[in-house]
Ligand binder design. Structure first.
Ligand SMILES: NC(=O)c1ccc[n+]([C@@H]2O[C@H](COP(=O)([O-])OP(=O)(O)OC[C@H]3O[C@@H](n4cnc5c(N)ncnc54)[C@H](O)[C@@H]3O)[C@@H](O)[C@H]2O)c1
Length: 315
């Protein structure tokens, strides 16, 4: 098939590109390079195995042209940072909702029939049911989560109206090779600068279900390949969770550091919109045969090792 991957130079989407290329598909990446790294897909460019189009998906004309004759759009381009929404209240609307609308409209005009979308566990806000199932009715606590749930709504409406197939995935925080933002990235960066102290946002008790990138991509393709695509919504996460202080312990241990002094900024949340407990119910996807293979400790250790060996993500 002819597959479009939006945000293909980014962390998760570059792994989706790897999978599609290994399956022999004709892959076009669209990326504006705002948070992407050419290094993430250079191995495919060297072999002429993919096409790369550098432009901003806010440009409707270019988006429409790029989607001609496509069979499926793997739409992962987004502002993926929860924290910055408060600095600019239009950013998540512009980068997430309007870009997703452009993709859907370009699909309609070009008769493209499949969209596979990366949503987020942030859409659950601060739920009171754990593990949280896809059927939970959430209240939004971040502009990012609100924008992603709006995207899901538009995808559902286009699916209903135009006979499009769609799959939407609410990811927990993903780590592993090419991890470019998030807790392990931040802690390694701070510890490289000062191996004696570590500032930890919040009080260290927040519990999260970090998931390994390989498991995330396996889940992404399991749902896509095995479920009917009638606006399917799947959680992707872990069956376990861990507190942030323990993550700091694993990271300092993996970096071979002793007696690092932790300085907590205090409060249950590291920032507005940060949920003190993220633990998603992943049984719906597991019923299709998927199962996370890498536990949280090993996920964090692999991420630390990769970050130390690949400093380009700290450019
Ligand atoms: N990383 C996580 O833990 C996580 C968790 C939940 C959901 N997600 C979602 O998964 C997707 C990928 O996240 P990621 O962590 O790989 O992010 P990332 O920042 O590494 O990748 C995003 C990519 O999209 C590109 N991009 C952004 N806006 C664009 C635009 N308007 N036009 C063209 N390209 C654009 C960026 O340059 C980048 O290459 C996002 O939709 C994010 O919301 C990520």
């Amino acid at each position: 098939m002819k597959a479009i991957v939006t945000g293909g130079c980014g962390f998760i989407a570059s792994h989706v590109v790897d999978r599609l290329v290994s399956q022999g598909h004709d892959v076009t990446v669209i990326d504006n390079m705002s948070t992407g790294y050419i290094e993430n897909i250079q191995h495919h460019l060297d072999k002429d195995a993919i096409n790369l189009l550098k432009f901003d998906l806010g440009d409707m004309e270019k988006t429409k042209n790029a989607l001609k004759n496509a069979d499926a759009v793997f739409h992962l381009a987004a502002n993926a940072d929860v924290r910055h929404g408060l600095e600019d209240t239009f950013r998540d609307i512009d980068r997430n909702i309007l870009v997703t609308y452009n993709i859907l409209e370009a699909m309609r005009l070009n008769d493209v029939k499949q969209i596979i979308f990366s949503s987020t566990a942030a859409t659950y806000g601060e739920p009171d049911v754990f593990p949280t199932p896809e059927t939970y009715h959430p209240r939004q606590t971040s502009f990012y989560g609100a924008s992603k749930i709006a995207c899901e709504g538009f995808i559902e409406a286009f699916t209903e109206a135009y006979g499009i197939q769609s799959w939407m995935y609410r990811f927990v925080s993903i780590q592993g090779e090419r991890h470019p933002h998030g807790v392990t990235y931040d802690f390694v960066k701070k510890l490289k600068a000062d191996p004696t102290h570590l500032e930890i946002l919040g009080d260290g008790t927040a519990r999260k279900s970090y998931s390994y990138i390989g498991d995330c991509v396996d889940g992404f393709f399991t749902g896509y390949e095995k479920s009917p695509g009638k606006a399917e919504l799947f959680n992707i996460g872990q069956t376990e969770f861990i507190d942030v202080r323990s993550v700091a312990d694993i990271i300092t241990n993996e970096m071979g550091l002793d007696n690092v002094e932790y300085n907590f900024t205090g409060g249950k949340r590291g920032w507005v919109g940060d949920s003190p407990l993220v633990h998603l119910d992943v049984s719906k996807l597991m019923a299709y045969g998927w199962k996370p293979q890498v536990n949280i400790e090993e996920t964090v250790r692999r991420t630390v090792r990769w970050l130390l060996e690949n400093p380009y993500v700290y450019k």
